[in-house]
Design a protein around this ligand. Structure first.
Ligand code: NZQ
Ligand code: ZN
Length: 385
């Protein structure tokens, strides 16, 4: 393993039905009165959770400012709108209630509200990063991204046609109440769980490739996601499976699996770049890319792919090449079994020029065991047509 220093700032409240007590406990700790309640495009009000949370905040003496309409794949314009409201209303605390999109948007609002300069320019032109933030917390209604666990956010800059990571704030706490995810459509549960699995695989396939404790824990998390997604599809009332998936998504992004590793995340960067042009669903895009990408890694990543095949997918052992290839076949079979796409056409993406633009603009990752050229990345994307 590589050397590391590990410190973790996010307090976790995990448990079925824990939301009310956890939110009230956190609000009582908070000295400021003005809370920005940030949420998505409508589900929070439809499910009735909005009224409950406003009631809990008011009981704790908080004044609530409303900030809804954060869209899936949040835009930079929405970040700027949020930052203006935070400044204008003298907001003391941002409460993000939603999935990865709401949580990511808020991380950057929290930083932008404290800055005079444009945070995108600051990070991508000056390579400087924010140090002061409006404090914030997250209530997760769609687990999978683990966005509540870290300070990275993925934001779509519509004018620039880029969907890229920005560094923002850590949440001081995360509420992980699996009951809040019960209204999430199964299609989103499935693409979300695949996102979690992808985070695990992208970490596992990073450097070093030799076996280590982080990767062995990772194997357990991957097995857990596969098993509990199957269980939840079979029975959406399986609260245990729902809770396991929620914690697995947190585990994949709370840093533990990444200790001592340089992560890969090339598939993610490709998917984000496609997303910048198509606004596609993140987990679905990853499902198309992963098996194809790993077939391009069969030489350089053979040993690790073979280990994953045995430890995670339980395939029959053959030569290293055979075992690795069987693991990728098992991954693809799982994607089909749970109803995720394996071709862009299933997501309505048929334009090859978009895939070329995505390959030409995506980040090239150093943690991958193979350094891909942009032409080969385009080939990976094109094979998905
Ligand atoms: O907007 P509303 O109306 O709330 O509807 C949302 C949205 O349409 C709905 N939803 C959420 N909770 C619900 C619910 N519907 C019913 N009941 C509930 N309890 O679900 C839809 C998808 O929500 P979204 O937040 O977009 O999904 P997800 O959590 O998958 O987040 C995706 C975003 O996170 C980024 C992705 O790129 C994408 O922009 N990621 C962030 C990461 C991070 N910060 O660490 C890592 C990931 O790799 C990922 O890139
Ligand atoms: Zn992801």
């Amino acid at each position: 393993m590589n050397s590391f220093t590990y410190q973790y700032p996010v307090r976790q409240h995990f448990g079925k039905g824990c939301a009310e007590s956890a939110i009230k406990e956190e609000m009582k700790r908070l000295s400021g009165q003005n809370v920005l309640l940030a949420y998505g495009s409508g589900s929070l009000r439809r499910t009735g959770l909005y009224d409950k949370i406003v009631g809990w905040l008011n009981e704790c003496g908080k004044h609530v400012t409303d900030f809804g309409g954060i869209m899936p794949n949040p835009t930079y314009a929405k970040v700027q709108e949020g930052a203006r409201i935070v400044r204008r209303q003298n907001i003391d605390f941002i409460l993000a209630v939603g999935g990865g999109s709401v949580i990511d948007c808020c991380k950057i609002i929290s930083a932008q509200a404290m800055l005079d300069e444009d945070i995108w320019k600051m990070q991508y032109t000056k390579h400087q990063y924010p140090t002061e933030f409006i404090p914030m917390g997250a209530v997760v209604t769609a687990s999978s991204t683990g966005a509540e666990q870290n300070n990275g956010a993925v934001i779509t800059h519509e004018e620039k046609k880029l969907k890229q990571p920005l560094v923002g704030a850590y949440h001081s706490f995360a509420v992980l109440d699996s009951d809040l995810t019960k209204t999430l459509p199964m299609k989103q549960v499935i693409s979300g769980a695949f996102d979690t699995l992808s985070h695990c695989m992208e970490t596992y396939m990073g450097r070093p490739q030799t076996s280590n404790l982080s990767d062995e824990i990772n194997e357990a998390v991957m097995r857990n996601v596969i098993q509990n997604l199957r269980a939840l599809i079979a029975n959406p009332d399986d609260d245990f499976a729902r809770g396991e998936l929620m914690w697995a998504s947190a585990m994949a992004e709370n840093g533990l699996l990444k200790l001592g590793k340089q992560t890969d995340f090339q598939c993610h960067m490709l998917e984000h770049a496609v997303g910048a042009y198509t606004d596609c669903n993140h987990g679905q895009g990853l499902a198309v890319i992963h098996p194809i990408f790993y077939r391009h890694l069969l030489d350089e990543g053979r040993e690790k792919l073979a280990r994953m095949a045995e430890q995670v997918w339980g395939v029959q052992k053959g030569t290293l090449e055979e075992t690795a290839a069987r693991g990728i076949d098992a991954l693809e079979a799982f994607i089909k079994e749970v109803g995720l796409p394996t071709r862009w056409g299933e997501m309505g993406i048929t334009d090859e020029s978009i895939l070329r633009a995505a390959a030409d603009t995506c980040f090239l990752m150093l943690g991958c065991c193979k350094q891909f050229s942009r032409d080969e990345l385009f080939e990976v994307l094109r094979e998905g047509l």
